[in-house]
Every structure is written in C-alpha cells, then in structure tokens.
Design a protein around this ligand. Structure first.
Ligand SMILES: [Zn+2]
Length: 83
C-alpha cells in the first residue's frame, strides 16, 4: 500500500511537470500579438512630445523616417527644413 501511494505521488509530480513543459512549448509556438516596436515611444522633433510608434504620424524625409504627434507637426517640420 505504501508503495502505491509513493507511485501515485510521483505520477502526480510527473503530470504537473509535463503539463508545465507542454504549456511552455505551446507558448513558444504562438506568434507575438503585437508586432515588435509598435509600443516603442518616439519623440516628435517639433513639440518634443513622446508618442507610441503605432499611432505616430510618420514622414520620410531625405531617406530618414521621422515621427510626429500630428499632421500639423509634420507640416511644421517640413517648413522648418525648407526655410
Ligand atoms: Zn507634435
């Protein structure tokens, strides 16, 4: 009887270990919900406000990408460069 309980206990431990391993394995296979860098904060060069990259207004000027909080800031920046 003693031996039976011991085996049962071992099986329970083994079961939990296996379940955890399986969960980790599943987690690795899942794709990331958010594409990396989307939550990264970027600074508006005009008004110095920080905005998440996912919602920022982007403008490619001279081969470089700039991020702005709004269209008007992007416009101001281009005017600054031109003037
Ligand atoms: Zn701005």
């Amino acid at each position: 009887m003693y031996r039976f309980i011991l085996i049962l206990g071992l099986l329970t431990v083994l079961y939990f270990l296996l379940r955890r391993a399986l969960r980790e394995f599943k987690g690795q296979g899942q794709p990331e919900r958010l594409s990396p860098g989307k939550d990264q904060m970027v600074q508006d060069p005009v008004c110095r406000v920080f905005v998440p990259r996912g919602v920022a207004v982007t403008e490619d000027i001279g081969g470089q990408t700039y991020y702005f909080c709004s269209r008007s800031c992007a416009h101001k920046f281009q005017e600054q460069l031109a003037g």
